[in-house]
Ligand binder design. Structure first.
Ligand code: ADP
Length: 208
C-alpha cells in the first residue's frame, strides 16, 4: 500500500509517541483534526494504526505485507465460493459438454442422490475421451471422471489462502466445497471454488 507523504509522517509520529490523540497529532502538524480525518481513516482501515477510545492512536506493529497475509488468511472459502454445477454419474459425455457451455464453467462436480460427492470432471477429461473416438452420446461421465477419494476438496471455514494453495499444489482449476455429514454417510457438496474466485478476490482487494 502506497502512503501519502502526510500519512507517512502521521505513522511516524504515532510510532514514536503513541498512544496519542487525534488532537495531539493535528497540533504536531499545525492542521485541524477535520483535515486529518481522511488520513486517520485510511491508516486505521488499512490496519497500520489502531484506535482506542479515550486512549488514542497507536501503531499496530504490523507492516503492509503482514496485513495482506492476515487478510488472506481471514477470508474464508464460504465468503467467495460459487454455486456448484453438478451432474450425475449417468450423464453422457455429450450432455456434460453441453452443460459446461450452458453454465459457463470448466469443471463439473459429479454427485449422487442427496448431493453427495462422487467425482469431478474437467474440460480435458471431456476432450481426451472425445478425441478417443468413443460414442460420447452413450458413454457416461462416471467412466472418465476423477473419482472419490481422489478428489481434492475444501470446506467453507477454510481460508482462501489454503484453497489457493491446494489449487496450485494439485494443479487443478477448481475444488468442490464440501461439508462432511455428521453421520459420516458422505461428503455433501455445498459450493465450488475455482481459480476465477481467487482472481476476482485479488482484483477486489487491489481496488479496495
Ligand atoms: P483441465 O482439464 O482444464 O486442465 P484441471 O486441471 O482442473 O482442468 O483438471 C486436470 C485433471 O484433474 C482432470 O483429469 C480432472 O478430472 C482432475 N481434477 C480436476 N479437479 C480436481 C479436484 N478438485 N480434485 C482432483 N482431481 C481433479
Amino acid at each position: 500500500m502506497e502512503l501519502t507523504k502526510r500519512q507517512a509522517v502521521i505513522l511516524d509520529i504515532v510510532k514514536r509517541e503513541g498512544p496519542i490523540t487525534g488532537e495531539q497529532i493535528a497540533d504536531r502538524l499545525s492542521l485541524t483534526r477535520a483535515t486529518l480525518r481522511p488520513d486517520m481513516a485510511i491508516l486505521t482501515m488499512s490496519g497500520l494504526l489502531e484506535a482506542r477510545p479515550r486512549v488514542g492512536y497507536y501503531h499496530s506493529g504490523k507492516n503492509p505485507s503482514r496485513i495482506l497475509m492476515d487478510k488472506l488468511h481471514s477470508i474464508k472459502v464460504g465468503d467467495v465460493k460459487s454455486v456448484p454445477i453438478v451432474v450425475t454419474e449417468k450423464c453422457s459425455v455429450y450432455d456434460a459438454a453441453v452443460t459446461m457451455f450452458i453454465e459457463d464453467v470448466g469443471t463439473l462436480i459429479v454427485v449422487r442422490e442427496g448431493g453427495f460427492l462422487e467425482g469431478v470432471l474437467s474440460r480435458k477429461d471431456l476432450l481426451k475421451i472425445t478425441l478417443g473416438g468413443h460414442d460420447i452420446y452413450k458413454l457416461p461421465v462416471g467412466v472418465i471422471m476423477t473419482r472419490m477419494p481422489n478428489v481434492v476438496t475444501v470446506e467453507t471455514e477454510e481460508s482462501v489462502w489454503s484453497a489457493a494453495k491446494k489449487l496450485i499444489t494439485h494443479e487443478v482449476d477448481a475444488l468442490p466445497v464440501v461439508r462432511v455429514s455428521d453421520d459420516n454417510s458422505g461428503v455433501e457438496v455445498v459450493g465450488r471454488l475455482s481459480k476465477t474466485n481467487i482472481t476476482r478476490l485479488f482484483v477486489e482487494l487491489g481496488e479496495s
